[in-house]
Design a protein around this ligand. Structure first.
Ligand code: PBG
Length: 335
């Protein structure tokens, strides 16, 4: 090191390859940028409730709220203006039960909001998450039989919910409960009810993760007993993640998702090589909350950290990114 510092000015090495040539100014860097984010590839998660003019802020997700249908439509209108690609709806029901029946209520918050969004004519892709955890008293993603989440007993219930959302106007349904055979069951139910055009975004590789904390606060969906490791994946497993994706492709998934995003970049890269269907990544609540918290303390630059995260997710292979930063990122990308 010392030698370089004391080298006489003007001494130049005969380097043929100098990658820095294309980093010299902003125009050159823009020209050769490999990964370009577009607002149209971003999906904003929305938590929807009953009622009117309701807006209950979610403390751990600054800028996000539980919204009644009218307020959700207002947000959708704003984000459509800046080119965000779509929304995915999560329902907060008025009442829960053991079987999560409210998930398939045709007058529940998700179905109502889907109809309102459909009627609004906004140019957004409309997705609905399909899972029971927001709707069950115990907070698990399926029905409980003999103290455990019963896979096959859950399938008809989530299939019914998917049909209700398709009926209400969803372009995409996203089963997130990690039940075996959920994609096949939902595809069959959709086709059987005439919804052959409704696409399935499979949460294929969803890890039992510590990064869902803020979401569970928002949705009131933390499990009342035990945890989700009996159905969500062990985050240590990569080959198993690929196998889950393979199964979902065979069951008829139109798109595959990995989740959380930043802890699954290797899975995205491997999936990109192996599958030709569109790939999505869910930049989950805890990933966003970490940036928000650090930014609030002045320890990190919020905008740069958010855009760097989203760009890395796209670089790894994601076509579609579900992110709480969708609205802000779309605005930043337009500047
Ligand atoms: C459950 C579901 C969860 C998320 C999306 N769908 C939570 C969980 O599995 O506990 C998490 C999303 C986030 O953290 O932003 N159906």
């Amino acid at each position: 090191m010392g030698r370089i510092a004391t080298a006489p000015p003007g001494l130049r090495r005969n380097l043929k390859e100098r990658p820095r040539r294309l980093r010299r100014n902003a125009a050159l860097r823009a020209l050769v940028r490999e990964t370009r984010l577009s607002p149209s590839q971003l999906i904003l998660p929305l938590f929807v409730t009953s009622g009117h003019d309701r807006d209950e802020p979610i403390a751990s997700l600054p800028g996000h709220s539980r919204l009644s249908t009218d307020r959700a439509v207002a947000v959708a209108r704003d984000i459509a203006k800046v080119g965000v690609g779509g929304v995915i709806l999560f329902g907060i029901p008025d009442a829960k039960d053991g079987e999560g029946r409210a998930a398939s209520d045709p007058d529940g918050p998700v179905a109502n909001t889907l109809r309102a969004l459909r009627d609004s004519g906004l140019p957004l892709a409309l997705a609905a998450d399909v899972c029971l955890c927001e709707y069950t008293t115990h907070g698990h993603c399926g029905v409980i039989v003999d103290g455990d989440v019963d896979n096959d007993a859950t399938l008809p219930i989530i299939s019914e919910a998917a049909v209700v959302y398709a009926e209400a106007g969803a372009d995409i349904v996203g089963p997130s409960g990690m039940m075996d055979g959920q994609v096949a069951a939902i595809r069959e139910a959709l086709d059987g009810s005439g919804h052959t055009q409704t696409a399935i975004l499979a949460y294929s590789s969803k890890a039992a993760s510590a990064f869902y904390g803020p979401f569970r606060e928002a949705a009131g969906s933390a499990p009342a007993f035990g945890d989700r490791r009996g159905y969500q994946m062990d985050f240590a497993n990569g080959r198993e993640a690929l196998r889950e994706m393979e199964l979902d492709v065979r069951e008829g998934a139109d798109m595959l998702m990995v989740k959380p995003a930043l802890t699954s970049l290797d899975l995205l890269a491997r999936a990109r090589q192996r599958f030709d269907v569109p790939l999505a990544a869910y930049h989950v609540s805890g990933e966003v909350a970490m940036i928000e918290a650090a930014a609030a303390k002045g320890w990190i630059d919020r905008r740069s950290a958010a855009l760097e995260s989203l760009t890395a997710i796209a670089r790894a292979g994601a076509d579609v990114i579900l992110t709480y930063f969708a609205a802000d990122a779309a605005r930043w990308l337009q500047e």
